[in-house]
Write a protein that binds this ligand. Structure first.
Ligand SMILES: Cc1ncc(COP(=O)(O)O)c(C=O)c1O
Length: 360
C-alpha cells in the first residue's frame, strides 16, 4: 500500500463510490442506459449536452497534466480548486478527530471546509516581517504534530498576503509530517510568481498535493475548472468521493479552447502585463501619504495598509471601484486587497487613493 493512502479515512479506504452509467467501460451505438433524452434540447444548438459528460474529460485531463508537469493519473479535475479543497478535507479528516492547519490571514475556504466536516482547525498565523507576511515553518510543524493535523494548507502565493513559499520550506514541512499529514500547496496564483510549482516535489514526497485553477491567470472563473495534483492512488480515492459528473461539457470544451497554444500565448502576455502593473502600482502606492505599507506580491493583487482604510474604501467605492476589505481578517485591521486590473483601471485606483490625507 502506498504511504499516502494511510492518510485517507479508514472507513473510506474500500469505498467504491457511485457507479455511474458513464463509468462502465462498454461500447455501443445506441445508448439507452442512463435515462437521457433521445433528442437534444431545442436550445442546445450544438447538441453537446444531451448525454451526461465524461466524469473526468480525458482530453482536458491530459492537457492540464501537460500544462502542470504531471501525468493525467496524478490529476483530478474539479469544480474549481474549491471543490478540491472540500474533497481533500472530506476524504482525509475523520470528523471530530483530525485537524486542518492553515496560516491566517489566508483564503477562507480551508476553514469553511474544515467546519463542514467537523474537523478541528489549527491556526498558525503568518509572521509580519520585512519581506512581507511569511509562514512560520517551525511553528507549522510543531502545531501540526501536537494538534493531530491531517491536512496542512500552504497557500503559495498566499491570498491575501501575496508572497510565495520557497519550495525548500514546503519540502521541510512535507518531510517532517510524512506519515501524519498531507501538505496541500494551493497555487491558485502561481502563474504570477517566479517560484516553480511544488508539482516538482511529488516524485520525492507522496504526502504533497498541489491545487491549480483556471480561474485566475486563465480568466475562466465562471467555467469552474480547477484541479488537484497528487499521488495517483490518492487521486483515485478522491475521484470516488466526488459527484458522478462534476465537469459540465460546455465548461470542459471552453477550457480546451482556453488552453490551446494561441490562447496560452495571450494568457502569458497578460500575466506579464499584470506583473509589470503590479510593480508600477506598488511603487506608486508606496509614495502616497495615506498609505502605510504596500506588501510585495507574487500574485495578481496588492495588499495595502492605510492610515484610514475606511476612507480609502469609501472613496474607491464612490469612484465605482470595488476592492476587498480585509479589515476583519487576522492582523489586517487597516488593510484592503486590490486586484490588479487593466492599466486604465489601475490608474483610476491610484488617482482616487492619491486624494487621501496623511496621518493627522
Ligand atoms: C488561494 C485560493 N485558492 C483557491 C481559490 C478558489 O479558486 P477556484 O475558482 O479554483 O475555486 C481562490 C479564489 O479566490 C484562492 O484565492
Amino acid at each position: 500500500m502506498s504511504g499516502v493512502l494511510d492518510l485517507v479515512r479508514e472507513d473510506l479506504r474500500g469505498f467504491a463510490g457511485y457507479a455511474s452509467a458513464r463509468s462502465a467501460k462498454i461500447e455501443g451505438e445506441v445508448w439507452l442506459n442512463a435515462n437521457e433524452s433521445a433528442w437534444a434540447n431545442p436550445g442546445d444548438a450544438a447538441a453537446t449536452c444531451r448525454r451526461y459528460p465524461e466524469p473526468q474529460p480525458q482530453a482536458l485531463r491530459e492537457r492540464l497534466a501537460q500544462l502542470y508537469g504531471c501525468t493525467s493519473g496524478q490529476l483530478l479535475i474539479g469544480r474549481g480548486s474549491d471543490e478540491a479543497i472540500d474533497l481533500l478535507v472530506r476524504a482525509l479528516c475523520v470528523p471530530g478527530r483530525d485537524a486542518v492547519l492553515y496560516t491566517p490571514p489566508v483564503f477562507g475556504m480551508y476553514a469553511v471546509s474544515a467546519r463542514l466536516q467537523n474537523a478541528a482547525t489549527l491556526e498558525v498565523p503568518l509572521r509580519d516581517e520585512e519581506a512581507g507576511l511569511v509562514p512560520d515553518i517551525e511553528a507549522i510543524i510543531a502545531t501540526a504534530r501536537q494538534g493531530n493535523a491531517r491536512l496542512v494548507f500552504l497557500c503559495s502565493p498566499s491570498n491575501p498576503g501575496g508572497l510565495g513559499i520557497p519550495l525548500a520550506q514546503v519540502e521541510q514541512v512535507a518531510t517532517a509530517l510524512r506519515g501524519q499529514a498531507l501538505v496541500v500547496v494551493d497555487e491558485a496564483y502561481a502563474e504570477f510568481a517566479d517560484e516553480p510549482s511544488a508539482v516538482s516535489l511529488l516524485p520525492r514526497h507522496d504526502n504533497i498535493a498541489v491545487l491549480r485553477t483556471l480561474s485566475k491567470a486563465h480568466a475562466l472563473a465562471a467555467a469552474r475548472i480547477g484541479c488537484v495534483i497528487a499521488d495517483a492512488a490518492l487521486i483515485a480515492v478522491l475521484r470516488r468521493c466526488q459527484a458522478p459528473y462534476p465537469i459540465p461539457s460546455p465548461c470542459s470544451a471552453l477550457a480546451m479552447d482556453g488552453l490551446d497554444e494561441a490562447a496560452l500565448a495571450r494568457t502569458r502576455e497578460r500575466v506579464a502585463l499584470v506583473r509589470a502593473e503590479r510593480e508600477r502600482l506598488r511603487a506608486a502606492l508606496a509614495e502616497l501619504p495615506g498609505v502605510r505599507r504596500v506588501y510585495a506580491s507574487d500574485a495578481n493583487f496588492l495588499l495595502v495598509r492605510f492610515v484610514d482604510a475606511e476612507t480609502a474604501f469609501q472613496r474607491l467605492l464612490a469612484a465605482g471601484v470595488v476592492v476587498r476589505d480585509q479589515r476583519a481578517a487576522a492582523q489586517l485591521h487597516d488593510a484592503l486587497r486590490i486586484t490588479l486590473g487593466t492599466p486604465e483601471q489601475n490608474a483610476r485606483v491610484l488617482g482616487v487613493l492619491a486624494t487621501l490625507e496623511p496621518a493627522a
